[in-house]
Design a protein around this ligand. Sequence first.
Ligand SMILES: NC(=O)C1=CN([C@@H]2O[C@H](COP(=O)(O)OP(=O)(O)OC[C@H]3O[C@@H](n4cnc5c(N)ncnc54)[C@H](O)[C@@H]3O)[C@@H](O)[C@H]2O)C=CC1
Ligand SMILES: O=C(O)[C@@H](O)[C@@H]1OC[C@H](O)[C@H]1O
Length: 483
Amino acid sequence: MMSEPKFYPCYINGEWIGADHSDRIQVENPATGEVWAAVPNCSVEQAQQALETSQAAQQDWQDLPPVERANYIYELADRLKAEKEHFAKLLVMEQGKTLDEARFEVDDTIRYMTYSAEAARRIEGQIFPSDQPNEQLMIYKVPYGVTVGLCAFNYPLALIGRKLGPALVTGNTMVLKPHEATPVTASEFCRLVDEAGLPKGVVNMVIGTGAEIGAALVASPITKLVSVTGSIRAGQAICASAAENVTALSLELGGKAPFIVLDDADLDKAVEAAVVARFANCGQVCICNEVVLVHEKVADEFTEKVLARIKGIKVGDPMKNIGMGPSTTAGGLARIDDIVKKTVAEGATLACGGRRPEGPEFEKGNWYEPTVLLNATKDSTAVKEEIFGPVMPIVKISSYEEALEIANAREDGLSAYLWTRDYRKFMHAVGHLQVGTIFINKGIVGYIQGYHSGHKRSGLGGEDGVHGIEGYLQKRTIYLGCQ
Ligand SMILES: NC(=O)C1=CN([C@@H]2O[C@H](COP(=O)(O)OP(=O)(O)OC[C@H]3O[C@@H](n4cnc5c(N)ncnc54)[C@H](O)[C@@H]3O)[C@@H](O)[C@H]2O)C=CC1
Ligand SMILES: O=C(O)[C@@H](O)[C@@H]1OC[C@H](O)[C@H]1O
């Protein structure tokens, strides 16, 4: 017998909202298809209320010394640490990543919060000499005010930490909107906000679709900065809507990272990195290896090794940490399957996967086998479109220059991988590969002190590190005369 889905509320002005809502969003477990949780489908009025509350709380929050704001953030991080296992399990249930991946996500969230809190004593302005005697010219850094954080489904908790930590330490308040498919950890995170005693209204959280609630948050004149992690399509709609009030934007959008392997690469290391960077989180990381561009001289050996390595990837219950979990949404899975079918129809060969795994445990839920497509070309659907799933198209190239041309022909430019021992080629890439992040002879792991940003259609602004913190501050110039 199925149990009643557990209800998780929204959070506005320190109050729990939505228990009386008949309009609810059902949350499915991607591994089983079971509806296990429900959340309120907020109204536009509630989104507006969250913004007004955020606005009312903002100046007092800004007026606190940054170290006092940081203390709240440390407290939140400590509480998250104490409940790491609880949050990790919720992530598995709502998003489908394995328990170990979920534990890593909780740690990542703690890192984002702690790093932000540490920045409290480094919010620095500048003093310049004046052109007149007895005057000062000072540039202060001030918060934007009310900010909105719109999160993607692939890292429901880490993306909250990545946005909220920097927003709060710099004196902004924030209205969060998780993805409607993965809203549970956001609700539980707000429980921590409540227990940590943050002033009412500093953090608010509403749930609803992007088209309705996300759009209302973006369009409001109260909102002074929107930070969104999501698709290019959503980013474009948000840009258009933000134009009316000239709202500041930080857009972390989709990409299609090429994984370039040249003929002098350390093949074993490149294979391992290529596989991890494709199948981690079931292929749902924005900086995932979306297409392998491998030199024809080493392509067969590389492919053989990749296929052998993939045979070792087990698919199964993410809570049991068996191996790869399911895709988060049924819609995402249908899209992945469609891309594979189109690519095969265009002439590529399926070397493995391309279907739902067999067995009773895979009959429900969003399962897909690890898939490799050979003989793909630069014009294949799987090479052109972002897959965001466990599918690796492999394209043979004849030179570094050809790989560069394929990569740079794209309209997006989030990240890329380059495997070569030739320093002239990787130094060339630094100046010519049109993406925000290049991993050279390295796998998918980035660090918080770096900067995560997309070039071209992959985004505006960015997150992490000193530049990420800076993104939540605007400048105010003061001319101090002594008349
Ligand atoms: N560059 C980066 O840091 C990352 C980018 N992504 C990208 O995100 C995509 C997958 O994530 P999804 O959750 O499916 O993205 P999505 O674009 O569907 O949604 C992202 C968030 O924006 C909201 N939203 C959507 N349309 C909106 C609109 N018109 N106005 C206001 N809000 C709106 C959604 O409700 C959600 O909260 C992929 O393309 C992936 O590459 C994912 C993770 C990181
Ligand atoms: O943006 C991504 O998908 C990654 O940068 C991912 O997002 C939050 C996690 O901490 C990162 O690994």
